[in-house]
Every structure is written in structure tokens, then in C-alpha cells.
Design a binder for this molecule. Structure first.
Ligand SMILES: CC(C)(COP(=O)(O)OP(=O)(O)OC[C@H]1O[C@@H](n2cnc3c(N)ncnc32)[C@H](O)[C@@H]1OP(=O)(O)O)[C@@H](O)C(=O)NCCC(=O)NCCS
Length: 165
């Protein structure tokens, strides 16, 4: 008789998130952040036409998600979050690759994101996935901490703009 522990992990599938995923996403938010987005806030964001939500699923369970906002020249990564129990298995990198492909498809020159100055795992993750730290935003966060602005080019042939340098 097989136990849950012996069952192989299902292959990861990455697709756009659906509204019925928002409860699970809100639970991951609560597990990860001091000021998590609520289900209602997530829903209000996802109906915005410039925002896309992408999720990584193992079977039916969402294990990582990202919110990507498309501006005129660049895409802004609002968040990329992996469930605490699913980290360091390459899920973040797999999701990021899809976001980079998607940004290129939509004509973005780069993806930018802001990282709390104390969030070393995220800083290392972004460096590993091709981002560079391009700017310090002083006292950016509510707690008075700086943000580091990270940027990754999605089209190497495009000329630089102010946030892509
Ligand atoms: C940052 C985060 C998205 C990484 O997701 P992940 O699925 O664990 O990352 P991956 O397994 O794809 O890791 C890719 C690489 O990033 C780097 N990395 C990721 N997490 C790291 C950590 N905790 N410490 C050091 N390096 C790390 C490593 O180089 C890693 O490669 P390796 O495992 O072969 O050494 C995840 O830790 C997370 O959700 N953190 C909380 C939310 C957050 O801070 N999001 C970013 C700001 S919105």
C-alpha cells in the first residue's frame, strides 16, 4: 500500500492563475509576508488589464506564483513567491523563465523588481536568474528600509532605457 510520502512528485505545470486559485495564493501570502495581500486585494489586482498572474502547479496545488505588470517599455514584477515548503527545488527559476519569455512576447525590454535590502535569498535568486542590481531606492519601504531595484533584459538587441541600464 503506497503512502503519500512514497508517491512521486507530479511534474510542474506553469500557467496563468485562475480566480479559484486566489484562496490558496492568499494562504501562501500569509505564510510568507508581514503585510500579505488578502484574497480580495489579489482579486482586485488580477482584474487590472495590465497585470498577469502566473502560477506553478504540482498536480492541482499551486506552489509558486508571480504577478507581472506590463508598462509601456518594461514589465514590473510585483511579486514572485514560492511556498515555503517548496523552495530550493528550481520552481522559482522555472517560473521566472516563463515570465521572461512572456515579457519578450509582449514587447517588454526588461523586467524590473524591487527587493528589500535584507532579503538576501531573493537578491541571490535574482542574480542567479539574470538580473542585475541597477539602483538603490532609499527608504522605499514602510519600515524605512531601502529597496534594491533589479533589472533583467529580455531583448538583448534593444537599446537601454532608464531602468534597464
Ligand atoms: C526567492 C524565492 C522566490 C526563490 O525561490 P526558489 O524556488 O526557492 O528558488 P530556486 O530553487 O529556483 O533557486 C534558484 C537559485 O536562486 C538562489 N537562491 C534561491 N534561494 C536562495 C536562498 N535561500 N539562499 C541562497 N541562494 C538562494 C540559488 O542560486 C538557487 O540555485 P541553487 O538552489 O542551485 O543554489 C523564494 O525564496 C521565495 O519565495 N522567497 C519569499 C518571497 C520573496 O522574497 N520573493 C522575492 C521578492 S518579491
Amino acid at each position: 500500500m503506497g503512502t503519500e510520502m512514497n508517491e512521486p512528485e507530479p511534474a510542474a505545470i506553469i500557467r496563468r492563475v485562475a480566480f479559484w486559485d486566489l484562496k490558496a495564493i492568499a494562504r501562501i501570502e500569509e505564510a510568507c509576508y508581514n503585510n500579505p495581500w488578502s484574497q480580495d486585494q489579489l482579486e482586485a489586482m488580477l482584474i487590472q488589464p495590465d497585470l498577469e498572474g502566473w502560477g506553478l502547479y504540482l498536480g492541482r496545488r499551486i506552489r509558486a506564483y508571480a504577478l507581472l505588470r506590463f508598462r509601456t517599455r518594461h514589465a514590473f514584477l510585483e511579486t514572485l513567491t514560492v511556498h515555503p515548503r517548496a523552495r530550493r527545488r528550481g520552481h522559482g527559476m522555472a517560473l521566472m523563465q516563463v515570465l521572461i519569455d512572456r515579457a519578450a512576447q509582449r514587447g517588454s525590454r526588461c523586467i524590473v523588481t524591487e527587493v528589500h535590502e535584507t532579503n538576501l535569498p531573493a537578491q541571490l535568486f535574482y542574480q542567479r536568474t539574470g538580473f542585475e542590481m541597477v539602483k538603490v531606492l532609499h527608504r522605499y519601504f514602510d519600515d524605512g528600509a531601502d529597496a534594491y531595484l533589479f533589472s533583467a533584459r529580455v531583448r538583448v538587441t534593444q537599446p537601454a532605457d532608464e531602468v534597464c541600464s
